[in-house]
Every structure is written in structure tokens, then in C-alpha cells.
Design a protein around this ligand. Structure first.
Ligand SMILES: Cc1cc2nc3c(=O)[nH]c(=O)nc-3n(C[C@H](O)[C@H](O)[C@H](O)COP(=O)(O)OP(=O)(O)OC[C@H]3O[C@@H](n4cnc5c(N)ncnc54)[C@H](O)[C@@H]3O)c2cc1C
Length: 482
């Protein structure tokens, strides 16, 4: 097979993993990244001497990470050292109760028993077992595969599995049917927020996220989440890939790309890791007349906090008074939530190098509407105030102890990383944008153009974009490029 030339637009994890796979096969690969860092959403932010992972903080579903390394003749554990976060996280409910959530089945069952009583605790092992079955069947059969048409799903085996696991029913309703306690409904639904999707709009197949947490655990890589794209970039460079930072692509025309500087580069194929709806609107020549639906956005805040915060673990989730109303405001009414649920991380609890002694690198992630709501500075202020007030009520947090602060608003996700509508998690994962209905990774209208990343198949999340890189490699192979 002759050496081919490939251009990858964007150095997010999906783009880097694709570059590594292609470079490992001996092809010439050039990655063009508009910012000054690799990693895309998985990037680093610094405030004073505190260091933060700007986006992803939860390492879950290790298999696609290990597979990438294996496929290029390496061993994941030779490059990245990971530790299990146990407990996974602490949940603060609005009634003042707290729950440590753990992937230790016996302990979790006991914690549920203390919170919600014997009946719900007794249902927990069966629930996780059921989700384990869903996970084992759905990942290989539905997620880790390319689709050429909706008909690909119509095999008797696929239909049988979908029916067996009730995959297309509503996630929130299934959880409500399983447990009596309302707090558990929230607890086992909230994971779809990692996709920027309301559990009330989510097909039950996304309960695999609950299994990933409770069945496989939440992990932390030494040095932070940014070590993942940095390591993948290093391995790609070692195999000859060129990664050009501060290089913005302004046009992708079939097999050639035009840079902001005016330079034109050509290749045998282009793999676009820039957000798919943004590429469709502003990079590619043949436009598509399709309506896309978007995930929510997030306001993320990074604080250099002086003092101790003993009530908070490495990962924490705070649920507002009315979880349903919170989701309705974000997803349907496109309003700033009046009592927001939010996530906090303090990675220096696991990794002392991330903050100076006596300080905490306090990260807050507050889901909010995408830019269907015209997010203003006043909105950011309101959300910040609500979250700080709640933290002051629940913990020893005091806002006057903040020594420095930075944030990412929906406008930043759009303007700095090119995410259309500031939708921090890409296109929505509602039923009609999931599995075979998600925008394809092969652009039939623009021959030679392929996609990888959160808004194409299979979807959002670091493990998913790594599977996306496997799928795009498979496409290139079938299309005779490799
Ligand atoms: C706040 C937040 C928290 C998250 N938490 C988690 C988590 O805990 N665990 C998890 O697994 N996932 C999490 N995710 C999701 C995860 O971060 C994403 O799914 C993943 O990083 C997306 O990777 P990607 O390959 O789509 O590339 P992206 O990260 O979207 O990167 C694309 C790259 O393309 C570049 N680019 C765009 N346009 C151009 C252009 N015209 N020219 C050149 N370069 C361009 C961008 O600058 C960017 O670097 C989170 C996401 C967010 C926003």
C-alpha cells in the first residue's frame, strides 16, 4: 500500500487518536489545530498556581483507551498511571442528605439502605446487573460500528436486543419504575447530563453511563485528564505525524484545506475533528439542509481557593430543589436555572501537584442552556452567586477565600473551541440523533471528507470519540485509503 497523505482538522482527542492510528500505519499525517494546545475540550487552565482540567474530569470506560494503545503496539499502563476514585463522588441532596456513591456494590447498597430504606437497597444489585447486560450488548452491537443506513439496524438480532433491554424506552421513566425514592431517580438519571442531554429526553440505552460509573468506576490519570491527549499526541509525533498549533482552517474543500494564512494544503483525505455542525455551516462547500438539535451548554468556573474544603471529595454533585424544573428550564424553556444542579471537582485531593499547599483547585460545572438563550455576563453572575450560596450553606466554602478565578461561558465554548451554539457537548443525543441517526462519519456530499469527534458517531465523551477514531479508520480502510 503506497503512503497516503491525510489532514486532520482539530487536535481534540478524536482527531489525535485518528492521527495516531493513521501515522502508525505509516501514512503522512498533518494535524491542524487553531489553538495553542492539543486536547480540544480536554485542555488545561491555570489560575495563579492552581492547575485545572478545563472540561473532562471523569475517566470512565477504560476499554477504548486501552484498545487505542494496543492497536498501535503500546500498552496504556506503560504511558498513563491511573487511580480509582473511591468513592466515585459525593452527592448533596436539597433536603440536606449526602450520599457517597461508590462502585463497591456492597457499600453502595448499604449507603442506599441508609438513605432510602431496605426496599430500594434490595433492588440495587439487580438494577446494576441489568445495566451490565445492557452495556455488554449495546456497546459492540450498536455503538462500536459504522452505519450506512437506518436499515443496518433492522436485523432480527438488533431488534431482539433492543426489545430485550427496552433500549428505546425513556430513561427517566425506567428509573422511576425501578426505585421508589425520588432522590434515587435523580441519582441514576443525572449521568445523561454528561452528554448535555436531559434524562427525560434520553432513550434507556444511555443507562450504560450509570453502569460505567457503578460497574467500572471513575478513574483519574496521574497529572490530570490533559495527560491523555498529550500522550496520544506524543505517540503520533513519534510515528511521524506533524501537529501544527495556532493554525486555523477556514475552508475544507473535498481533499484540500485552506488556512487562515491563505496557505492551501492537499491530501488524499481530510478528517474533520472540528465540531460537525460548525464545519457544515462554515467550513465545507456543499451545505446540507438538515435541522440539527443541540446539547445544553455549561458555565465552568476555576477557582484558586485558599483554605480547606473537608466536606467536598475529589468529585461532587449538588442537586437543586426541583431537578425536573432545573432540566425543563435548561432544555425546554432555555432559561437560566433558578435552583441549578452542579458538579464540583477538586483534583488536588488526589493529585497534590495541582494546587499549592493550603489551596484547592476548585472546579465548578453548571449546566445551562446553549446559545438559544443569549447568555450574558449578568447570567454568569447570577449562576455563580446561586452556586456559591449553596456551597456556603452546605460546606465551609466562603467566597472571600477565592484568590483568583477564570471561567468558560457558552460564548467561550463557541468562540474559542468552535462549538456551534456554545453547545459544550456537541449535538444532542436524543433518540433521532443517536446510533444510526447520528450524523455519519463519512460525508457523501463531499468525497474524501470524514468526521471524528463528539458530534458524529458514536457521540460525546472521551471513550466515545476514541471509538469514533476506530470507526473512521475502519471507513478509510473499506474505502481503499489504507
Ligand atoms: C465541561 C465539559 C465536561 C466534560 N466532562 C467529561 C468527562 O468528565 N468525561 C468524558 O469522557 N468526557 C467529558 N466531556 C466530553 C469530552 O470533553 C468531549 O466529548 C471530547 O473532549 C470531544 O473531543 P473531540 O474529539 O470531539 O474534539 P474537541 O475537544 O471538540 O476538539 C476539537 C478541536 O478542533 C479545533 N478546531 C475547531 N475548529 C477548527 C478549525 N477551523 N481549524 C483548526 N482547528 C479547529 C478546536 O480548537 C479543538 O481543539 C466534557 C465536555 C465538557 C465541555
Amino acid at each position: 500500500m503506497p503512503k497516503r497523505e491525510f489532514i486532520v482538522v482539530g487536535a481534540g482527542l478524536g482527531g489525535l487518536a485518528t492521527a495516531l492510528r493513521l501515522a502508525h500505519r505509516g501514512h503522512r499525517v498533518t494535524v491542524l489545530e487553531q489553538t495553542d494546545q492539543v486536547g480540544g475540550r480536554d485542555r488545561e487552565v491555570r489560575v495563579n498556581d492552581c492547575v485545572f482540567d478545563a472540561g473532562p474530569t471523569l475517566l470512565m470506560m477504560l476499554d477504548p483507551f486501552e484498545k487505542l494503545f494496543r492497536d498501535v503496539g503500546e500498552k496504556f499502563s506503560d504511558h498513563l498511571s491511573i487511580s480509582l476514585c473511591d468513592p466515585n463522588y459525593r452527592v448533596f441532596f436539597s433536603d440536606g442528605n449526602r450520599l457517597n456513591c461508590t462502585s463497591n456494590m456492597a457499600l453502595m447498597r448499604r449507603n442506599i439502605q441508609e438513605l432510602a430504606g431496605d426496599a430500594d437497597a434490595a433492588k440495587y444489585p439487580e438494577f446494576i446487573g441489568r445495566l451490565g447486560g445492557l452495556y455488554q450488548d449495546s456497546i459492540p452491537k450498536f455503538v462500536r460500528r459504522n452505519y450506512d443506513s437506518v436499515l443496518d439496524l433492522a436485523s432480527p438480532k438488533a431488534l431482539q436486543l433492543a426489545l430485550k433491554h427496552n433500549m428505546l424506552s425513556n430513561l427517566a421513566k425506567e428509573v422511576e419504575r425501578t426505585f421508589d425514592d425520588k432522590r434515587l431517580h435523580h441519582l441514576f438519571c443525572l449521568q445523561t447530563m454528561y452528554l448535555g442531554l436531559s434524562p427525560y429526553d434520553a432513550p434507556y440505552v444511555y443507562a450504560v453511563l450509570v453502569y460505567m460509573e457503578y460497574g467500572e468506576g471513575i478513574w483519574y490519570p496521574d497529572g490530570g485528564m490533559v495527560q491523555i491527549p498529550r500522550t496520544v499526541a506524543r505517540l503520533a509525533r513519534e510515528r511521524g505525524a506533524e501537529i501544527r498549533l495556532n493554525t486555523k482552517v477556514v475552508k475544507v474543500d473535498g481533499k484540500s484545506v485552506t488556512l487562515e494564512s491563505g496557505e492551501v494544503l492537499t491530501a488524499d483525505a481530510v478528517i474533520c475533528n472540528a465540531d460537525l455542525p460548525t464545519a457544515e455551516k462554515s467550513l465545507i462547500p456543499v451545505k446540507k439542509d438538515v435541522e440539527r438539535r443541540y446539547s445544553c451548554s455549561a458555565l465552568t468556573i476555576y477557582c484558586d481557593y485558599e483554605g480547606e474544603l473537608p466536606e467536598l471529595l475529589h468529585h461532587n454533585i449538588t442537586i437543586g430543589g426541583d431537578f425536573f424544573q432545573n432540566l425543563d428550564q435548561i432544555f425546554n424553556k432555555h432559561e437560566i436555572p433558578s435552583d441549578p444542579a452542579f458538579y464540583t471537582a477538586i483534583s488536588c485531593k488526589t493529585d497534590k501537584t495541582k494546587a499549592p499547599e493550603g489551596h484547592q483547585n476548585l472546579y465548578l460545572l453548571i449546566p445551562c442552556p446553549n446559545l438559544d438563550h443569549p447568555f450574558t455576563d449578568a447570567d454568569a453572575e447570577i449562576l455563580r452567586d446561586k452556586v456559591f450560596t449553596r456551597l456556603e450553606k452546605e460546606t465551609s466554602f466562603r467566597r472571600e477565600n477565592i484568590r483568583g478565578m477564570a471561567s468558560f461561558t457558552p460564548h467561550d465554548w463557541k468562540n474559542k473551541l468552535g462549538l456551534d451554539k456554545g453547545a459544550a457537548f456537541g449535538l444532542s443525543h436524543d433518540l433521532l440523533q443517536s446510533i444510526c441517526f447520528r450524523p455519519n462519519n463519512k460525508d457523501k456530499a463531499n468525497p474524501g471528507l470524514y468526521y471524528v469527534g463528539a458530534s458524529t458517531v458514536p457521540g460525546n465523551g472521551l471513550p466515545m470519540v476514541l471509538i469514533g477514531a476506530e470507526l473512521v479508520e475502519d471507513r478509510l480502510l473499506k474505502d481503499g485509503y489504507l
